[in-house]
Design a protein around this ligand. Structure first.
Ligand code: CNA
Length: 247
């Protein structure tokens, strides 16, 4: 582990441009469960991800999604960016990180202060009526969720947050590919890399790749310099100490 951390620090120091792909694992220490980790939704079945996030299921019955959304937005008042989110913001301010591609819908990168963030799976910031396309803000959606089981527009249409469901096209894909192609170092943080097309991004990387994920990530790529199978916050705490940053 010590050797890997030293090598990781050297890679960060040498790199002039870094990009990051993050997944649900970077937010578990903030109290948001992931999908496939040991306490993830596929294990606890607190919500059924196949029903909650499937677009065809949503059209058929949006109630499971809105039950999740109600809980998620209640949690939103309490969650704060993790150490890892703050570390990535710091590296962006240092000029090293050129962009973060996230599969997360929790907006914790922006709340931490990161600027160049591609939310590939969208977010809750805006919602739209599926019938008349009227836009609703985060606060309007939150209010409606407190009052209605299925939030509806005045035209009668169901209002859907702009998050990307299974079966829908992701956002910012070409920008994310271009970012992956041009950096010296690409970090894969807290993602099982099984959800496509986000999981395809490491395949475009011409520089070196470092994975930080507590469970094994199956990426058969020759340019993987390091795969650190350890807790994300603990890993970055050690990295920060070695870099001498104050976070
Ligand atoms: P995933 O498939 O659940 O993978 C998460 C990975 O992170 C797993 O391999 C875990 O072992 C690992 N992990 C969890 N906690 C830690 C930790 N503390 N330290 C190190 N590793 C850890 O999630 P992906 O992001 O790969 O899958 C993509 C889905 C999940 C996207 O569609 C997301 O929108 C969706 N999702 C997002 C959130 C969120 O916004 N926070 C939460 C849950 C799911």
């Amino acid at each position: 582990m010590d050797k890997s951390l030293t090598a990781f620090v050297e890679l960060i120091k040498q790199s002039e441009s870094i990009a990051v792909l993050t997944g649900a694992g970077i937010s578990t220490s903030a109290g948001i469960p992931d999908f496939r980790g040991p306490k993830g939704l596929y294990v606890t079945r607190q919500y059924d991800p196949e029903k909650v996030f499937d677009i065809n299921y949503f059209y058929h019955d949006p109630k499971p999604f809105f039950a999740f959304a109600r809980d998620f937005l209640t949690l939103e008042n309490k969650i704060r960016p993790t150490y890892a989110h703050r570390f990535l913001t710091h590296l962006e301010k240092e000029g090293k990180i050129k962009g973060i591609v996230t599969q997360n819908i929790d907006s914790l990168h922006q709340i931490a202060g990161s600027k160049n963030v591609y939310e590939m799976h969208g977010s809750f910031w805006q919602s739209h009526c599926l019938k008349c396309s009227k836009e609703f803000s985060f606060d309007q959606m939150k209010k409606k969720l407190g009052e209605e089981e299925i939030p509806k527009c005045s035209c009668g249409g169901v209002i859907k947050p702009d998050i990307v469901f299974f079966g829908e096209n992701v956002k910012y894909y070409s920008e994310s590919v271009a970012l992956a192609e041009r950096v010296d170092l690409f970090l894969v943080v807290g993602t099982s890399c099984v959800v496509y097309p986000a999981a395809s991004l490491p395949h475009y990387v011409r520089g070196q790749i470092v994975i930080v994920n507590q469970s094994k990530v199956s990426l058969p790529l020759a340019n993987i310099a390091l795969a650190i199978e350890h807790d994300i916050d603990e890993t970055f705490t050690s990295i920060v100490q070695r870099l001498g940053y104050k976070i």
